[in-house]
Design a protein around this ligand. Structure first.
Ligand code: GLY
Ligand code: MN
Ligand code: MN
Length: 454
């Protein structure tokens, strides 16, 4: 995307909101039901979350459970999906009933009948039918698929239903003998994104790219970190994102060397860098971008050297992001480049092999180069299979986010003190390599300096 285009769309972007389509959710339920059927006659129980009190009678904004949403598309609190595998597989939704007085206060609820239709369920019931229906649905099944240990209250309810079935054994009923972790098949499914997920992730990525461009345009000496954060949030909501995907990091000067710093009140000063790690969530899907740029719009010499080094490390990591490459390869490629740079800058002594082997580079680069990205910013999915780093396959989405963090210390050349830089993009693994979903966020020294001159 050209800079002019980013600028032209910064203020009031036209927002297309795609109509809800149940088909991808139905396909995911069918895929899970097939996997369950391969293992026997299981029943899966997948609850979403409930409202949580923030203080007194104010609630945190509700966010659905990622696994539940992945299979339903249903965004109301207090609901449970039950999947019955085997012959005539079924999807059953339990949700809040219609309630005029509650709806006057809290807003529209689908209720079971409309939910069944909209979300293409086979059956739907009011949530309070759960304790009657669940023992019935479990009777005679060999396994329950559940996220044991995720929530103690749901664990206790599951035990209650299992005990209710066990109480019927003298009537000839058998109770499920196994509880299996439903996250195991779901994590594998979530790792490879389908077309509908990718469409949503592209929307999230595009909004976040505009937000970063907006923040760069806004930043100048004297602004405070929270004011830059306000620009990001404006662009997220203006673009149709429901919320940030995680707490925005807006860190200037030495704050950039604090990995989990959150936007606070520090004043951005000319001569310092500003590190922004921020991404929005659209229909449940995260984007995750980091950009680092000079507050006054011009990189100083050491800042530029460090920035170009991280950029080169990111390019090396991208080059190692392709089908068949293993999870660790982008990280290892970034480490090689960064470690050599630390030696060249005189920050570390010794050979490249020695610095990598001893992990001496970890003083300035202490995190890994990426993570899976999807419904959760640090998304579901194992990084190793059978003890080996797993191979990348098309449809996986991961971040590529090398950085360097040089905290002031007596043994470090003062020109490098308090330089914290991270550059993070979201990569989709494609059939022949990768696609950078967040390419539109200005990144080269020339693009950043040109944008900030305006
Ligand atoms: N923003 C979280 C991360 O980069 O992992
Ligand atoms: Mn990240
Ligand atoms: Mn990030």
């Amino acid at each position: 995307m050209r800079l002019e285009h980013i600028l032209a769309t910064t203020d009031a972007p036209a927002v297309d909101i795609p109509a809800f389509d149940a088909a991808p959710f139905v396909a995911r339920r069918q895929a899970l039901l097939r996997r369950m059927a391969e293992a026997g006659s299981g029943v899966a129980v997948i609850p979403t979350g409930g409202e949580r009190v923030r203080n007194r009678d104010a609630h945190f904004p509700f966010r659905f459970d990622s696994y539940f949403y992945y299979l339903t598309g249903f965004t109301e609190p207090d609901a449970v999906l039950v999947l019955v595998a085997g012959e005539s597989p079924r999807s059953i939704l339990f949700c809040l009933p219609k309630d005029e007085s509650r709806e006057i206060w809290d807003g529209y609820r689908h209720g079971p009948e409309a939910a069944r239709q909209t979300f293409a369920m086979d059956e739907a019931y009011a949530l309070d039918a759960l304790d009657d229906k669940l023992p019935e649905l479990m009777a005679g099944r060999d396994a329950v698929w559940f996220s044991l240990g995720h929530d103690a209250a749901w664990d206790a309810r599951l035990n209650g239903w299992l005990n209710a079935v066990r109480g019927l054994v003298r009537t000839g009923v058998t109770a499920p003998g196994t509880v299996r972790d439903v996250r195991v098949p779901l994590d594998e499914m979530r790792l490879v994104k389908d077309a509908s997920e990718l469409a949503t992730m592209r929307r999230a990525a595009a909004i976040s790219c505009r937000a970063h461009a907006r923040a760069m345009r806004f930043t100048r000496p004297g602004v405070r970190e929270f004011q830059v954060e306000a620009e990001l949030l404006h662009e997220f909501r203006m673009g149709g994102a429901q919320s940030p995907a995680y707490g925005s990091i807006v860190a200037t000067g030495a704050n950039a060397c604090v990995l989990h710093y959150r936007a606070d009140s520090a004043v951005c000063r000319g001569g310092d860098l500003l590190l922004i790690d921020a991404g929005c969530e659209v229909d449940g899907y995260a984007s995750d971008i980091t950009r680092t740029f000079p507050v006054n719009g011009r990189f100083s010499g050491p800042q530029r050297d460090c920035y170009e080094l991280v950029l080169a490390a990111q390019a090396a990591a991208f080059a190692a992001t392709a089908p068949g490459r293993h999870w660790n390869e982008p990280h290892d490629a970034a480490v090689q480049v960064l470690a050599q740079g630390f030696i060249d800058f005189g920050l570390l002594q010794g050979s490249l092999d020695g610095v990598v082997e001893s992990k001496a580079y970890g003083r300035f680069y202490m995190h890994r180069t990426g993570h899976w990205l999807g419904l959760d910013v640090h998304d579901a999915g194992d990084y190793k299979l059978g003890g080996e780093w797993r191979a990348l396959v098309p449809g996986m989405v991961l971040t590529i986010e090398p950085g360097l963090y040089i905290r002031a210390a007596d043994d470090i050349d003062g020109r490098f003190h308090d330089i914290g830089i991270r550059i993070e993009d979201d990569a989709l693994v494609t059939a022949d390599g990768h696609e950078n979903l967040t390419l539109a966020a200005p990144k080269s020294v020339a693009d950043i300096e040109a944008l900030m001159r305006r």
